[in-house]
Design a protein around this ligand. Structure first.
Ligand code: AMP
Length: 461
């Protein structure tokens, strides 16, 4: 083959890109597109402001942790560990998990960094992604984000009430109506007695036969979990079960009463929910969840039965938490009482969207800078930086040439004024200022831009 042909063929190989097969995102995973960020910014800002005001300090932990951390903390038999965890063996044969929840990692960090030496309680604020191999559906993803607060090193019921109050303020300030569900599952001692009663109840007169398959298995291993099964037939039976609050020891009962008294004092509404137990091993005493208020969850239609009323919001819980007094010690630390909560941000954002709550569009600005010709573009690029640094909310479309196209962008960004610079204005030392509402354009002295803008924008307020 002649040399020239060989070269051409090689060039073709380099430059000819074959269209590849498209690989879509994984099931249950989502992209957050630019239009969504106004919602994310809002909820993150609210979470950060509240956390700061109440003295919670932010920290981050790795997404990957030892699998054993979750097996030991969340519970080897929990759904989270047995069914939902993403785990793998890495190149060193270590068993690794993608965090399915934040609390075990936060407690690990508390012990590992000797935070028990700090003044107690240590109040932690955490925001980040978690991973669960859940069955994807509306509001249920395999990667989602949580906002967590943990108060570590505080036995007082004030800490529980403070957390519940904070979740309530978080939702009410976002204009979302929620129903706080609360219960106490006591301590290891009083629960032991209760579990005997529960076991007897479920074994009574053919009740066991009516349970779902999973609950039949749970009955032997963890009967408490039968109470929060989401299957309709199990919910109905759970409604008749003996209530754990009736079996609480004096200390646990007094603790629970105090939590409720603090909430009453703050006028925070709640529902005492005897079937709320939360699914993880580490909880004791106060447990709570935040449900969308039932009017919203059923679209205002009266629910047919108590079971149905309970079922829908329970599956779409916006957040949940509770006390975990044994977890720090169980994780290798000193005996340390603690409590915390997690709120799922995707579900919060879905609710904000459903309710059409108007949001400030942060991409919008006050002034747009338009240019005609390359010389004007160079000058306007410098002016843009000057105005931006002076604190003005300026927008631009430097890559566009036509004035029509630039004015279209300016309109989209909802600016009040557009400054237009062309060849003639450069020669005259002027610039045009266009009032976007009236369309009126005036010539102003280029040197007086800042003064003019300040005057016009302050008149506009
Ligand atoms: P949990 O600790 O399981 O109660 O989770 C706390 C919060 O995270 C829930 O109340 C939900 O708001 C949210 N959440 C849990 N699982 C998912 C999921 N698969 N997809 C989206 N959000 C979730």
């Amino acid at each position: 083959m002649p040399k020239m042909f060989k070269k051409k063929e090689a060039e073709e190989k380099i430059f000819k890109v074959k269209r590849g097969k498209f690989i879509s995102r994984l099931r249950g995973m989502k992209d957050i597109l630019p239009d969504e960020y106004k919602y994310w910014n809002l909820v993150i800002k609210k979470a950060s402001e509240l956390s700061k005001a109440y003295g919670f300090r932010r920290l981050e932990t790795p997404i990957l942790e030892n699998l054993e951390l979750y097996e030991r903390s969340s519970g080897r038999a929990s759904d989270l560990v047995t069914k939902e965890m993403f785990s793998f063996v890495d190149k060193n044969d270590d068993k690794i998990a993608l965090r399915p929840e934040a609390t075990p990692g936060l407690v690990r960090a508390y012990v590992e960094h000797g935070m028990f030496n700090l003044p107690q309680p240590v109040k932690l604020f955490w925001l980040g992604p978690v991973f669960r191999h859940d069955k994807p559906q509306a509001g249920r993803f395999r990667q989602f984000s949580q906002f967590n607060l943990e108060t570590i090193g505080e036995p007082s019921p004030v800490a529980d009430a403070e957390l519940i109050a904070l979740t309530y303020y978080f939702f009410s300030e976002l204009q979302l109506e929620v129903a706080i569900q609360i219960n106490s599952i006591g301590c290891a001692l009083c629960r032991k007695e209760y579990l005997v009663k529960l076991d007897n109840f479920y074994k009574e007169r053919g009740r066991r036969a009516k349970l779902c398959q999973t609950c039949k298995k749970r009955l032997a291993k963890n009967p408490l979990r039968l109470l929060d099964c989401k299957e309709k037939q199990c919910l109905e039976i759970a409604g008749e079960a003996p209530q754990i609050v009736d079996s609480l020891c004096d200390d646990c009962r007094n603790h629970f009463i105090k939590v409720l008294e603090y909430l009453d004092g703050l006028d925070i509404p709640y529902n005492l929910n005897p079937t709320l137990v939360r699914g993880l091993d580490y909880y004791n005493r106060t447990v709570f969840e935040i449900w969308p208020s039932s009017a919203e969850a059923t679209d205002g239609k009266p629910a047919e039965a108590e079971a149905l009323r309970n079922e829908q919001p329970r599956q779409n819980a916006l957040g949940g938490g509770g006390r975990y007094d044994g977890l720090v010690e169980h994780s290798g630390g000193r005996p340390t009482e603690a409590c915390g909560f997690a709120i799922g941000l995707e579900r919060v954002i879905l609710k904000i969207k459903e309710k059409n709550i108007p949001l400030k569009d942060e991409e919008k600005g006050d002034i747009f800078l338009a240019q005609l010709g390359d010389q004007a573009r160079r000058k306007i690029m410098l002016l843009f930086e000057e105005l931006r640094k002076s604190g003005l909310s300026v927008r631009q479309a430097f890559t566009k040439d036509s004035l029509k196209a630039q004015l279209e962008v300016a309109n989209k960004m909802g600016v009040k004024y557009t400054l237009i610079l062309g060849q003639k204005e450069i020669m005259d030392g002027t610039i045009l200022i266009r009032d976007m509402e009236s369309g009126i354009q005036e010539v102003i002295d280029y040197k007086k831009i800042a003064v003019e803008l300040e005057k016009r924008l302050s008149n506009n307020k």
